[in-house]
Design a protein around this ligand. Sequence first.
Ligand code: ADP
Length: 276
Amino acid sequence: VIEILPIPAYQGMQPTFFLVLFHDRTGERRVERMRSDFVANASHELRTPLASLAGFIETLQGPARDDPKAREQFLNIMREQATRMSRLIDDLLSLSRIEMKRHLSPQSHADLVSVISKVCAQLEPLADELGLVLDFVPKEDSVVVVGDEDELIQVFANLIENACKYGADGGRVDISLNRTNERGEPVIDAAVRDYGAGIPAEHVPRLTERFYRVDVGNSRSKRGTGLGLSIVRNILLRHRSRLIIDSAIGAGSTFTVRFPASSKLAGVPRKILERS
Ligand code: ADP
């Protein structure tokens, strides 16, 4: 954007030059476009179940009024749609909360053994229902990282739930914790491995985009909100950690969270935090 500003007259003298300002708005425009795409996607995702709810209500008030079997069936679908909408709203709120603080480092410690054990206990009923074994046998009693426990629970809940939903055919989901090195720096890898259908390579780089979903086989029926991995990515950003996705068609997928091994808190001296 080029802006040409005339210089105002001063004490009756009219200046003969202009001030020319250059603004580079490329970044601003991109953020603006992303924001409006996001609003459009979110409204579309909310409008679809709402339209279907309105349709069912109309049918229940009209043609299906005296058909108890149809009524039962429609009410079940309506309950599912309402649950889906409320999950979408929860995910949208989580995402916006996390995005707001993604540049702030966490100021507490979390034990990954305890975080993952809690998530496994929470997801055991889903795994049972899908005929899956959730396997997590930690080698150490505790593996402490700098992190917010509730947010890390959300990360592993999303990854392990996805492994169950999309990898159910594989019969098992393995979760492991390993200490390793990356370019000479010690890191901790927390890996969630499933033995499901795997993800076509062209989709892998886009999985953490908001609302991005892969349409393969019967995955449509397992659809969540499409925000899970985007929430994971944003939480990991503020944990100075990253998500590594490794997948092979027919052999399953591994989602690894790589944490820096140092458990030193950034910013505020640790002693002060522990006392407070
Ligand atoms: P959703 O709510 O749809 O599960 P996510 O953001 O959690 O959204 O995941 C995005 C997409 O990535 C999913 O819709 C699915 O297509 C794909 N995906 C995620 N995890 C796996 C997995 N373990 N195996 C195969 N596909 C997966």
